[in-house]
Design a protein around this ligand. Structure first.
Ligand SMILES: Nc1ncnc2c1ncn2[C@@H]1O[C@H](COP(=O)(O)OP(=O)(O)OP(=O)(O)O)[C@@H](O)[C@H]1O
Ligand SMILES: [Mg+2]
Length: 366
């Protein structure tokens, strides 16, 4: 038995024509860190709020610790939650806001003080301890909301975009803090984000959603290397995977600009019966170095670089190829300039192929 079981969960809001969540099935083990990720409006918050008990479940079963919880009041589900639209008590200081829930739970004063000391310290709020929310920035307020939830030390921790109001630097350090906190406290965590980097870096497993439907559940690298469909392939990874409309011709694919790419026998075998498919390949699997150009010389391509993004540790190169603006990710030692004419190859075993109609994966990278 899993710690949390979501069985055929559906949600239809009153007045809406369509379901906001459809046939959601997921088992979560104790101590797991699960991320729900997907574009705006895909049903992440709705699912989380159904688990917390702030939203009715239209149909299906929610089981926590072996007990059906559909009708259990939020306070009795053993959950701490950080909301997407958190509300702090405006008349209370940071300290009071953080400790309020503990007081209600009748935690002894000494223990409350210890917990608040710890929370304000790790959240970088020590100097704001006696400030009221109106004197705090958005990011500081968000940290107070986080503090309020972490001091409760519940078995299940639900977070809805808890870092969305923080600046980039703070977001990275808080990401790290939350991961460490999770390891320390061992509380099962469900973390909602639209940011695939947060999901990739923090989660044990990622649940990726679109239009209320789970697209894939898996470990970060499983999703990255073996996406089940084009949506997952495009959502995970930055810059986005290059997608080409190609025709299958013998042992080659032909791009819309006429370029040809040779395929291995095993891939050709799997593409049998398809006239045209979508080929997807990540930016880092386009190679410009002598060694790879030599190895895969039977499918050498040409690129005229028309834009570059210099990131310091690595660079993105943009160029027109195969009917789209393609992007390649290269190391800082391989800088190309705008206007450069260069040769490149696709790493043959890193190509993904998707059905054009269903967008499901036919062959994923090896
Ligand atoms: N209270 C509500 N009443 C009616 N429809 C709602 C309500 N809350 C959400 N919805 C609808 O349900 C769908 C899912 O919304 P939800 O808030 O769960 O998305 P989300 O994935 O959390 O998006 P975001 O990343 O923007 O927070 C949306 O189409 C939204 O319009
Ligand atoms: Mg949301």
């Amino acid at each position: 038995m899993s710690f949390i079981e979501l069985k055929n969960i559906n949600k239809k809001y009153k007045g809406n024509e369509k379901n906001s969540v459809t046939d959601f099935n997921l088992n979560i083990e104790e101590k797991e860190f699960i991320a729900f990720v997907g574009p705006s409006g895909c049903g992440k918050s709705t699912t989380l709020r159904m688990i917390a008990g702030f939203e009715d479940i239209t149909s299906g079963d929610l089981v926590i610790g072996g007990q059906r919880m559909n009708e259990t009041a939020p306070a009795e589900r053993g959950i701490s939650m950080v909301f997407q639209n958190y509300a702090l008590y405006p008349h209370m200081t940071v300290e009071k806001n953080i400790s309020y829930g503990l007081k209600n739970m009748k935690v002894p004063a000494e223990e409350i003080k210890k917990k608040v000391d710890w929370a304000v310290d790790i959240l970088g709020l020590t100097e704001y301890r006696y400030c009221k929310p109106k004197n705090l920035s958005g990011g500081q307020r968000q940290r107070v909301a986080l503090g309020r939830a972490i001091v409760k030390n519940q078995k299940l921790f639900l977070m809805d975009e808890p870092l969305s109001n923080l600046d980039a630097k703070l977001r990275v350090s808080m990401r790290n803090e939350i991961s460490q906190l999770h390891r320390k406290l061992g509380s099962t965590t469900i973390y909602v984000t639209h940011d695939q980097v947060e999901a990739m870096t923090m989660a044990d497993r990622i649940v990726i959603m679109k239009d209320g439907v789970i697209q894939q559940v898996g470990k970060p690298m499983e999703l990255y290397e073996h996406p089940d469909n084009k949506f997952v392939a495009g959502f995970i990874g930055s810059p986005q995977m290059n997608f080409y409309d190609v025709r299958v011709d013998g042992n080659c694919i032909i791009f819309t600009d006429g370029s040809r790419q040779k395929l291995s026998d095993s891939v050709i075998d799997k593409l049998k019966g398809y006239d045209s498919v979508i080929m997807g390949i990540r930016g880092e699997d386009l190679k410009f170095d002598e060694q790879n150009l030599g190895l895969f010389a039977d499918s050498l391509h040409k690129a005229a670089i028309n834009n570059t993004e210099i990131m310091g540790n690595e660079n993105n190169l943009y160029f027109e190829f195969g009917g789209i603006t393609s992007v390649a990710r290269v190391s800082k030692y391989e800088v190309s300039q705008i206007g450069d004419q260069v040769d490149f190859v696709f790493m043959p075993h890193k190509m993904h192929f998707f059905d054009k109609n269903t967008e499901k994966t036919i062959v994923s990278a090896q």
